[in-house]
Design a binder for this molecule. Structure first.
Ligand code: TGC
Ligand code: FAD
Length: 442
């Protein structure tokens, strides 16, 4: 059924009441084609291939993601029905070139992340984890057998992976990890736990980082291995369309060849993070673009005082301008990161600049857009509140905003400022609060 002309603007701006009056179901309304946010004609700096990749993923997000994502977020469910399409579009491991993968350059890869995160940060996470944190380490540090076994299945989405670095007591400081892999005969025996692991319960294979007698090494642990448990973490108000899990290893025996042979220390895990953080820098722009676009359209249509749209007020315009300016700067930053990556000159602290700045821009943009939408800013008829909640996870994971400040600070000064001076055990004992005496409280 062709929708009435009044419904020709993007569906998210059609009030639910209007839909029921016109007897048009949400599915019947033509899906919008996001026009992009490009105040500086940055499109002219992209190659034809880069634009094609971006536009393909943009259309995929409009056609397949947007119609279901609010429901997934409400239900706290990963949109697994999208996985075959993501695989068919070659969005898993898109920067690899073996096994029939497209071997895209850094900018094209980044644009994929931008568009996916415009849809939902959890969806971008799914693809980031699969590509940067599972396929990348298997490809870079794995044996030929490991690559042949996993890369083709991960590329199609037939297999799902997860990345276990964070532990309950070691988030920003993964170097303190307690998970231990002990060599027993030809096998390895793992003990420990990981927390906050994206896709942990879904994963067919977990890339697990563990301490050994020879330093930190990476291991592939397959679903169903005795002694390997996983359970979902509940109560999340953020990234609800993405599963987050705990992993447990209880005398978990894995074969000797489950080690990623090319891993030699924590730096290999951090190399994986570089790939994922690079994608997040672009993803932040995508999230901010969606919030900005929603706010502009809303402000032009929402009438208050004298029949005027709220966009006519200086204070509203200032908010929109802040978003537009910061998005434009974020886009330029990403583009330069991508060009440096392709030239082999990208440093890890460059990536920190991108992750830190652009996720902050997305966070601030979500807040401003929510203000502009007034009460409508808190309901999921519009994507803003979902992005606002999601970005809290993104602000924290893959290195918190402040950890990235310290990474950049170390690059500038040459002085690492992560560690406060160590406190002695006696000092810690002294600082413990005195036990409360029964009946002493007044
Ligand atoms: P530090 O002594 O500084 O470094 C240890 C070794 O690693 C080298 N290195 C790096 N190598 C490659 N890339 C980097 N970014 C690197 N940073 C450091 C370093 O040169 C050293 O090498 P070597 O050969 O001398 O041993 O390590 P540290 O223990 O002091 O920690 C440094 C710190 C705090 C920056 C780091 O640990 C850190 O980045 N912490 C944040 C933790 C984090 O980001 N976790 C993310 C978990 S995964 C996740 O969140 C997935 S979310 C889902 C999604 O992505 O969508
Ligand atoms: P903490 O390290 O305890 O930090 C708490 C606060 O202290 C932060 O504000 C931090 O900036 C500050 N702080 C800590 N140290 C310093 C310092 N030296 N100087 C100044 N400030 C400091 N991990 C994985 O391994 N795999 C995954 O797939 C994964 N997915 C995730 C998905 C979600 C939804 C979330 C929320 C997290 C995920 N994580 C994952 C974990 C994530 O990487 C960690 O949460 C993150 O590294 C921060 O660790 P933490 O939460 O323990 O915070």
């Amino acid at each position: 059924m062709a929708p009435p002309a009044v419904l020709s603007f993007p569906p998210r701006f059609v009030p639910a009441a209007l839909i029921s009056v016109c007897k048009v179901s949400k599915e019947d309304i033509p899906l919008s084609r996001f026009p992009g946010v490009d105040l500086l004609e940055l499109d002219s700096l992209l190659s034809e291939e880069e634009r094609l990749v971006r536009d393909t993923v943009r259309a995929f997000v409009d056609d397949k993601v947007k119609p279901i994502i609010e429901e997934c977020h409400r239900e706290g469910r990963t949109p697994l029905e999208l996985v075959p399409d993501l695989g068919a579009l070659n969005l898993f491991g898109a920067s690899l070139s073996e096994y029939g993968l497209p071997g895209l350059g850094g900018v094209a890869y980044g644009l994929i992340m931008q568009e996916l995160e415009r849809g939902d940060s959890g969806l971008r996470s799914f693809v980031s984890v699969q590509s940067s944190l599972v396929m990348y380490p298997i490809h870079t540090f794995g044996s030929q057998e490991q690559k042949d076994r996993w890369i083709p299945r991960l590329a199609t989405g037939e297999a799902i992976g997860c990345f276990g670095l964070t532990e309950p007591d070691f988030g920003s400081n993964p170097g303190g990890m307690r998970t231990y892999a002990r060599k027993v005969g030809n096998d390895w025996v793992l003990n420990g736990s990981k927390q906050w692991i994206t896709n942990g319960t879904l994963a067919d294979v977990a890339v697990v980082w563990a301490r050994t007698d020879d330093g930190v090494r990476g291991f592939l642990v397959e679903k169903g291995t005795p002694g390997f448990t996983s359970s979902d973490q509940h109560g999340k108000f953020s990234l609800r369309a993405s599963i987050t899990s705990e992993l447990g290893f209880h005398d978990c025996r894995i074969p000797g060849d489950a080690i990623l042979p090319g891993t030699t220390g924590l730096r290999n895990a951090l190399m994986c993070l570089n790939q994922a953080r690079y994608g997040i820098a672009w993803g932040g722009v995508g999230s901010a673009m969606e919030c900005y676009y929603t706010a502009v359209e809303y402000a032009k249509q929402r009438i208050q005082f004298n029949g005027q749209p709220i966009a006519c007020h200086q204070m509203v315009q200032e908010k929109l301008v802040w978003m537009a300016m910061e998005i434009s700067k974020g886009q330029l930053l990403c583009l330069q990161l991508g060009r440096l990556k392709d030239a082999g000159r990208l440093k890890h602290w460059h990536i920190s600049m991108g992750k830190r700045n652009n996720v902050w821009v997305a966070r601030e943009s979500a807040k401003l857009a929510r203000e502009i939408l007034g009460a409508n800013g808190i309901v999921d008829d519009y994507p803003v509140i979902r992005h606002m909640l999601n970005i809290e996870s993104v602000f924290t994971y893959e290195g918190t905003h402040d950890i990235h400040a310290l990474i950049i600070g170390e690059a500038i000064t040459g002085i690492p400022a992560f560690n406060a001076p160590e406190r002695h055990a006696a000092q810690q004992e002294e600082e413990k609060p005195a036990p409360a005496t029964v009946g002493s409280a007044r």
